[in-house]
Ligand binder design. Structure first.
Ligand code: ADP
Ligand code: MG
Length: 144
């Protein structure tokens, strides 16, 4: 099943993410794919908001992973600089991916090979023909 949202502001993207987050359970992995400025961090804010985390969400560009604690633990990754992770070298990631928190990963395309089976794939695309703030978001649960 594929879900699709068309969001015309950052607030609408956050709201879409908040409603998507209702279907998440402990241990789920959310892979965010989209270019710079697409809205991956905005989407993460909506998910974090649903789980009532305290504090701010920001791209963990230099730390690789930020942890937020709310009604569930959320591990927010930025895989922008993780291009060289391979299946033989990802035990530290597995500790997160097979744990009880929610993992949400920006630039997930960079670590596709080490993602666990059955993650939520969230693709965010700009559609400039519909205005500079238009984002098309598709969400699908993979079986790969
Ligand atoms: N519909 C929209 N959804 C999300 N962000 C939007 C939207 N329209 C405009 N923006 C702007 O685009 C930028 C998205 O930034 P961010 O979420 O950090 O992107 P990413 O993490 O993908 O690089 C923000 O400056 C935000 O205000
Ligand atoms: Mg970001």
């Amino acid at each position: 099943m594929m879900e699709k949202f068309v969001c015309r502001s950052e607030a609408e993207t956050i709201e879409a993410a908040r409603s998507f987050a209702e279907s998440l359970s402990p241990g789920d992995v959310v892979a965010l794919k989209g270019d710079l400025g697409a809205g991956k961090t905005a989407f993460t804010k909506g998910v974090a908001d649903f789980f009532q985390i305290d504090g701010d969400v920001s791209s963990p560009t230099f730390t690789v992973v930020n942890e937020y604690n709310g009604t569930l633990d959320i591990f927010h990754f930025d895989a922008y600089r993780l291009e060289n992770v391979d299946i033989d070298n990802c035990d530290w990631l597995d500790d997160y991916f097979f744990g009880d928190g929610i993992c949400i990963i920006e630039w997930a395309q960079n670590i596709e090979a080490v993602l666990p089976k059955g993650y939520y794939e969230v693709v965010i695309r700009k559609n400039p023909r519909e205005g500079e703030n238009c984002r098309e978001i598709t969400i699908e649960k993979t079986e790969r």
